[in-house]
Design a binder for this molecule. Structure first.
Ligand SMILES: Cc1ncc(COP(=O)(O)O)c(C=O)c1O
Length: 481
């Protein structure tokens, strides 16, 4: 019954408004105030799911979902999740489920190999990988490892001197991680980027920021470089950034949450050239590699740095395998003790599709994004704001299409932003597609992120039609007398 329900949901997914149209608090009005005392039949529960839950869903798997980044799914990922849930093992250490741990080490090496990561990141080269839920957790863990490594050299009392670096485009997860790890809020640097470098972090600016921090008696700790930033998929230049960071003894983490998956294709691999200079690397197969949420891959060159920061050894978890030091105990590579058997999902995805098909799925998304970009470029009222690299197109109604005469000159840029913001609200209010926005260098851009598993070219063409229709209404409102 449940499988039929889900199949039915997918059959009709295109019929729902993509962005949920409910108002805050809608569900409390519809559901009882307390849990039932007696059991209820699944038929009744599913009916309530249909009537009350589905209207409050924003349909991430709709082919018309172009917001944020895609959360790709696949039949293999779905089946893998069924096995994860079905077995429901809790493989915090090797003995708690040897297959869960060993499969994880194997798939992490497989995927690392697909990405052509240097062997120093793989188990086969004395590094290694771990599956976590999210990038946020991965960064907290690596930053904690970096912190403890540094404090063992300079003394724990100097924690207030540690500095973390990213760019103003780095995901907010870096700031959150810094707070969690105990970095003084004043020592978090979001270095400004500009349109001239396509919003990538400049190694020269990093260097001068680091040097002035050192002059002020601070200690550079951690650099997060991003491959495919969230707002506009900017790519930070890994090689030169790692050079600056290494000169000053910093840990470099590479966050490739979305775009990293593309690097399994030889034509995209150059985007992570220079990764050999980094200490850790993460990407989310739940974003663009067909592994249903959640699945974040983290590789580190020096697992013992992670382990010495995150390990605990209570008596009740002691066992011969751990004592032998022949096994990986993944509890020491993450925040929590308990962990899901995610590896079986990733294993199913990699095996069911094979490297070749996975590459072709990515290529097909990029081709559709190129198609959308071409449509934007053909319409003189619009412009592509930042050159597209992967499957995200950042565009806006061009200032030249907005009559200056209607706006006071001093506020013209602000008005251009307002028109684009109004356009996005109208598009999303239609319920036909869902896109999101970003503001970069003061410019409000609409983001069309292509890659949802069910999206085909016809959906992309339709999305563009929706944009054009709403733009026409905003730029030339009909006269009402
Ligand atoms: C570049 C980048 N890093 C990190 C994240 C956050 O990922 P997570 O939700 O896995 O913490 C995102 C999410 O879109 C992202 O684009």
């Amino acid at each position: 019954m449940m499988v039929d329900f889900i199949a039915d949901y997918y059959q009709k997914i295109g019929k729902h408004p993509v962005l949920s149209q409910v108002q805050p608090g809608y569900l409390k009005e519809r559901l009882p105030e307390s849990a039932p005392y007696n059991p209820e039949p699944i038929e009744t529960i599913l009916q309530d799911v249909q009537n009350h839950i589905v209207p409050g869903l924003t349909h991430w798997q709709s082919p018309n979902h172009f917001a944020y980044f895609p959360a790709t799914i696949s039949t293999a990922g779905f089946l893998g999740e069924m096995l994860t849930t079905g077995f429901n093992v809790v493989g915090f250490n090797w003995i708690a489920s040897p297959a869960a741990t060993e499969l994880e080490t194997i798939v992490m090496d497989w995927l690392g190999d697909m990405l052509k990561l240097p062997t120093s990141f793989l188990f086969s080269g004395n590094g290694g990988g771990v599956l976590q839920g999210t990038t946020c957790e991965a960064i907290v863990c690596t930053m904690a490892a970096a912190r403890d490594q540094m404090l063992s050299q300079i003394g724990r009392e100097n924690i207030g001197k540690l500095v973390v670096y990213g760019s103003d485009q780095t995901h907010s997860t870096l700031q959150k991680a810094s707070q969690i790890v105990g970095i003084h809020p004043k020592n978090f640097r979001a270095i400004e980027t500009t349109k001239s470098t396509s919003f990538a972090l400049s190694p020269e600016v990093l260097k001068s920021t680091v040097c002035s921090d050192i002059e002020a008696g601070l200690v550079p700790l951690f650099l997060c470089a991003t491959i495919g930033t969230t707002a506009v998929t900017a790519v930070d230049p890994l090689g030169p950034l790692c050079d600056v960071a290494k000169e000053h003894g910093m840990w470099v983490h590479v966050d490739a949450a979305y775009a990293g998956s593309a690097c399994i294709c030889p034509e995209f691999r150059p985007f992570i050239d220079g990764v050999e200079g980094a200490d850790s690397f993460s990407l989310n197969p739940h974003k663009w590699l067909f592994a249903n949420l959640d699945c974040c891959c983290l590789w580190v060159k020096n697992p013992s740095a992670l382990v010495s920061s995150l390990s605990t050894n209570p008596e009740y978890l002691r066992n011969k395998a751990t004592d032998s030091k022949q096994v990986v105990d993944y509890k020491d590579w993450q925040i929590a003790l308990s962990r899901r058997f995610r590896a079986i999902k990733l294993w199913l995805v990699l095996r069911s599709y094979g490297v070749n098909n996975l590459r072709n799925f990515i290529r097909s998304d990029v081709k559709m994004a190129t198609f959308f970009e071409g449509l934007v470029e053909m319409d003189k009222r619009f412009e592509v704001v930042v050159p597209r690299k992967f499957s995200l197109v950042c565009f806006r109604v061009s200032p030249s299409a907005i009559s200056k005469a209607n706006y006071p000159t001093a506020n013209y840029e602000k008005c251009v932003n307002e028109v684009n913001c109004k356009l996005l609200e109208a598009i999303n209010g239609s319920g036909r597609v869902f896109m999101t926005h970003a503001v970069v260098g003061g410019i409000y851009v609409l983001r069309c992120a292509i890659g949802t598993t069910l999206t085909e070219e016809k959906h992309v063409a339709m999305a563009w039609k929706v944009v054009q229709e709403h733009a026409a209404a905003i730029l030339h409102p009909p006269c009402i007398n």
